[in-house]
Design a protein around this ligand. Sequence first.
Ligand SMILES: C[S@@+](CC[C@H](N)C(=O)[O-])C[C@H]1O[C@@H](n2cnc3c(N)ncnc32)[C@H](O)[C@@H]1O
Length: 379
Amino acid sequence: MMDIINKVVNEKLVKVIMSNGTYKEFHKVVMRPIMIKNKHMYQFEMFTKTQAFHQNVDDKQAKELVLEIMESMKQMDAFMIDEVKTIKRTKKGKIMEHSHKQINKKAEVTHNRQKQYILQEGIVIPAFVDLGIMNQDGTIIKAKYDKFKQINRFIEMVDDVLQGENRKHLNIIDFGCGKSYLTFILYYYLVEIRKMSVNIVGLDLKKEVIKNCNAIKDRYGYENLSFELGDIHGYQPNFEVDMVISLHACDVATDFALANAIQWKSKYILSVPCCQKEVNRTIKEEYNPILNYGLLKERYSALVTDTIRSQVLEACGYQVQVLEFVDMMHSPKNILLRCRLQEAKQVQLSAEFKGWLASMHLQPTLLKELTRMGLYEEL
Ligand SMILES: C[S@@+](CC[C@H](N)C(=O)[O-])C[C@H]1O[C@@H](n2cnc3c(N)ncnc32)[C@H](O)[C@@H]1O
């Protein structure tokens, strides 16, 4: 078998598929050449019924691993640039080899995914394994890959906003933290990678997730990370807040998060809204044919919501950037408001803006909340 493997694992290889058997819990394994940090490696993608696991190895290890896998699998199809070799092991253990000419195109071998993210796949972070994002070998669980991308992007956005700020300490609240992938990764990033001192609180209404997140952070001694059960609406921290983040906090929960941040004069706000039902539910206009079509109305309402929030934040002294968060194909909820406080101001909205709100018959929760807080008077 090693002779065959030597004929296959070389520069002509496009990919190898090993099948017809079970290696550990995997029913199929695909191996491809891959470039990582300018080094030729091989990536093994191993499939269970529901998941794929990745492992990157060098040339020698690749040959050994193929040999090991082929002790359990009966078939190997090796796609070379100019032929396909099929190797079968019969019931009696005899090796049959067959090949036919076929042009196979080499895929882009650069491991782009590793290049573009702040947090790299392959580095084992035990807390992430417990959270169910990562496998024991540091690969990302396939079903969580989109979330991993989103969170990496969010971290990039945080990283960007901190550039040139020379901050040594940050107090952060993650509103609507849910399972808290973002909260944990942000903590890990700031403490372990940026070597900052932080105090991070994740807040959510769900008892079970808060209990689980506290258990995980205790297990790994993440001392300055804590999770609290509670409502964003009316939440009062017992420390000064430097950064408020919220990722997909449902509907007006995002408005409560923004209003809190404004009230506390939080220096930074990063917020990706979720469903924006309030405007969709309440908007009325004299004449606007967009509102006749459910899907268009929903998208239009989302844009109106983001515009209202951005304008109000600006009126409170924030510099607001409206940024594309991730590709539409990964999540339709892809707008991030990134805000930095320039100079806190009493909310003053222009007559034009108020007229625009009135023309849509809107009384946004964000303004109602600022009124309740005594920061805005004219609703
Ligand atoms: C879609 S999940 C997002 C979770 C997490 N941020 C993420 O992106 O994976 C929204 C979370 O917001 C929480 N939430 C909604 N309204 C809330 C409120 N008023 N106070 C606290 N948490 C709230 C929900 O319980 C839920 O866990």
